[in-house]
Structure formats: structure tokens, C-alpha cells
Design a protein. Sequence first.
Length: 155
Amino acid sequence: MGNGSPIDSEAIDESVEQMRRQLDNGIVDVQFQYQRGHSFTQRDGEDIRAARVTVTPGIHGQGGYFDIQWWENEDYKYHYREEGLEFRFGREAANETTHKPVRHFHPPNNLNAHKQSCIGIDQPPTLVTIAVLKTWWTAVEKGNEDLVNAQNGLP
């Protein structure tokens, strides 16, 4: 993802702040990664590579976390994990020249699949975050992971 574009630390921060506004006490912890392959830690600088937002509840009762990345070319990744469940939403400009959708969803039962995303926008990060959380929260409320990419009319 990013197709060689630099990481967009400001967009990552915008996404985290939107999650804080929407989920409030549902956020258990926020940590940041500064270099690829390094551990997530508490905030210690401006040039972040990714954010990890730990949330509760999860779709199947327990909590989970979102790893969030944005690139300056407007690519993004929201990767959700909880025990026994994993999915992600992404935008990948490099897919324009392939049969894969630029805005895509990797479903829980097949993370290698590129399904069309129900999220219909690329920017700004706050609106993309609202849409990702809407899909996740619908699944949380119903306890049904199949609802994650099933909404219509998201921004």
C-alpha cells in the first residue's frame, strides 16, 4: 500500500482523534509505531508510521484493536483484529491497473480476497474513520461479523 508514497502521520492522527470522539470510553488504549517491524508504544514523537487503537467491546464480546495507516497518496488501511476474527478496509491506488477494486475490503473468512468496499470515499480521514466505525459497530451490535461490509450509503 502507499505505492512508494510517504506515510501521512497527520491523517493517522486525524483518524485516531475521530475514534476518540466517537468511541470515548470504548477506547482502551492508543499506541503508535514509528518504524516498520517495531513494537507499538506510547506516543513519543510526530513521525508515526501506524496507530493501534484498542477498543471494547468486540464483535464477539471481547475487545479488539484497529491498526491504522495512511499514506500521502490517500491510500489507507484499517486492519481490525480480535480473538478468532480479522478483517480490513483499504484504499490502494496501485489497484487502478488491476482487476482489484481501489477501495476494497478483505473479509474475515478470506483476507487475501479483495471485495468492493462499502465505503465510498477516499478523504478526509475523519469521514473514512466514521464509515469504518459504522460498519464495525453494526457488527458489534448484532454480534455478526458478516455485517461488517454490508452497509449501503456510507460516505
